[in-house]
Design a protein around this ligand. Structure first.
Ligand code: F6P
Length: 357
């Protein structure tokens, strides 16, 4: 009897169920229903820590390809909470559950934090295979994460809808797109939505440069302007601050979101009417798009193949459109941000998109 544990950890995204389905379909196909037992741990690592799970049959993975969210539930267990003065009691608990159930492998779906913990479990001798989920596309070692394209479609739709109302009213609109540290989603959504200004966490912005773009468009009698702003953007002044100063400055900021501050900064400098739209978690909700369904299924099938071949300690990734295993220890602790010299930024600049720098 082959025994597999499965869990989804961290913020959810589209394609989690589709990926688990891909893993399960291949494994049930290969081992047969009577020779495979899948333990679905509840709410991420929490379920593994407290030994809470449901045994899932092949039927549980049926009809979930286009289902949003995760059938297992998820939670964030911050990496630093795994340890205390006595060592790593939570890791010990996870190992105990693994050994108690006699698992052959753990299949872990998650983002950056999740991968750090997964690598730790692998280093502790557990058989682990992981899958890269996140709308941020910021996991090192894969060209693409599942969830990204679905969120991109949502963010692009939001921008499209704002275009018409912005034109009617001759307004400036700011759309705040998710992404604290990496601006991939905002960069792609901004390009796909045809915005005038894209502000990324990787490129500190100068508000005067942003206002110049808006003024120029007004002079050209263009009736609207749209700015795509990543939620994690910082100004040039903030970029010069120490970590402590920055934290203090943001604590004192009287805005719930950076976009509201940018809107005020624009209004203070120019006679322009600015509105802010924040789609927030809508970007992570609902069914995965067709691209993500395919990617998730390919990733899932590859994870199953690794398990069948007893190839553990890997994340499944996409490189040059090939689904490949990537050593977990190369992934853990790294962040894939937007390189400042990447083609996409150059191409965007060439067509006149401003990055506010
Ligand atoms: O990592 C995915 C993500 O959606 C980020 O883009 C966003 O900053 C964050 O999660 C939001 O986290 P939470 O769901 O905890 O509010």
């Amino acid at each position: 009897m082959k025994k597999i544990g499965m869990l989804t950890s961290g913020g959810d995204c589209q394609g989690l169920n589709a990926t688990m389905r891909g893993v399960a379909k291949y494994l049930f196909e290969y081992y047969g229903d009577s020779e495979l037992k899948v333990y679905g741990f509840k709410d991420g690592y929490k379920g593994l820590i407290s030994n809470e799970y449901d045994v899932l049959t092949s039927r549980d993975f049926s009809g979930i390809l286009n289902l949003g969210g995760t059938i297992l539930g998820t939670s964030r267990v911050p990496f630093k909470e795994l340890k205390n003065e006595e060592g790593m009691p939570r890791v010990k608990q996870m190992k105990e559950t693994y050994n108690l159930l006699g698992l052959d492998c753990l299949v872990i779906l998650g983002g950056n934090g999740t991968h750090k913990t997964a690598n730790l479990l692998s280093e502790e001798g557990l058989n682990v295979v992981t899958l890269p989920k996140t709308i941020d596309n910021d996991i090192w070692g894969t060209d693409m994460t599942f969830g990204f394209h679905s969120a991109l479609d949502v963010a692009t739709d939001v921008i499209d809808r704002l275009h018409s109302t912005a034109t009617s009213h001759s307004r400036i609109f700011i759309v705040e797109v998710m992404g604290h540290k990496a601006g991939w989603l905002n960069l792609y959504a901004g390009m796909a939505g045809g915005v005038e200004v894209i502000l990324l966490p990787e490129i500190p912005y100068d508000i005067d440069k942003v206002v110049d773009v808006l003024e120029k468009r007004r002079q050209q009698r263009k009736r609207f302007s749209i700015l795509a702003v990543a939620e994690g953007v910082i100004s040039k002044e903030e970029a010069k601050m120490s970590k402590k100063e920055f934290k203090q400055a943001r604590e004192n900021m009287r805005y719930s979101n950076i976009s509201y501050r940018i809107a005020d900064e624009i209004t203070e400098r120019a006679d322009l009417e600015v509105r802010v739209t924040i789609p927030g978690h809508v970007q992570r909700g609902g069914a995965p798009c067709a691209y993500d369904r395919v990617l998730a299924t390919r990733f899932g099938a590859k994870a199953a193949e690794l398990i069948i071949n007893k190839k553990y300690g890997y994340m499944v990734g996409l490189k040059n459109n090939k689904v490949v295993p990537v050593p977990l220890n190369e992934v853990a602790g790294k962040l894939k941000t937007v390189p400042l010299d990447c083609d996409l930024i150059k191409e965007a600049r060439n067509i006149g998109i401003s990055f506010g720098d």
